[in-house]
Write a protein that binds this ligand. Structure first.
Ligand code: FES
Length: 109
C-alpha cells in the first residue's frame, strides 16, 4: 500500500481538525499552531465518537463527548475517561498535497 492524497495543504485550517478517510481508515488531520501537521485515528478509544469534531488545544485533540485530550504526537490520551491510545500516522507533504499511508504508523512514545 502507498500513501494517498487526503487533502490539500491549503485546505487545512490552523487549530481545526479535518476528518479524512484512506482505504476505509478514518483519521483526524490537524495543522497545529506551530505549523506542524498531524494525523491520528479519528475514533475516540472511549466511545464511537469522531475526534475531528473535537477541539484542538496546542498539540492535543480533545474529544467533545467526555473531554479526553489525545496527544497529536503520540496518540495517548492525557486524561480519563479514555485510556487507550489512538494510532498516529506518518504524514508526507508533497507540494500542496497531504499524503498518508494508513499502513504506516509512528511508534508510540
Ligand atoms: S467518547 Fe471520547 S472521551 Fe468519551
Amino acid at each position: 500500500m502507498s500513501a494517498s492524497r487526503v487533502c490539500g495543504l491549503s485546505e487545512l485550517v490552523q487549530d481545526e481538525a479535518r476528518r479524512v478517510e484512506v482505504d476505509g481508515v478514518a483519521m483526524a488531520v490537524v495543522l497545529d499552531g506551530n505549523g506542524e501537521i498531524h494525523a491520528i485515528g479519528d475514533v475516540c478509544t472511549h466511545g464511537d465518537i469522531s475526534l475531528s469534531d473535537g477541539f484542538v488545544e496546542g498539540d492535543t485533540l480533545e474529544c467533545w463527548a467526555h473531554g479526553s485530550a489525545f496527544s497529536l504526537k503520540t496518540g495517548h490520551p492525557l486524561n480519563l475517561p479514555a485510556f487507550e491510545p489512538v494510532p498516529v500516522y506518518e504524514v508526507v507533504i508533497d507540494g500542496d498535497d497531504v499524503l498518508i499511508d494508513p499502513a504506516v504508523t509512528k511508534a508510540s512514545a
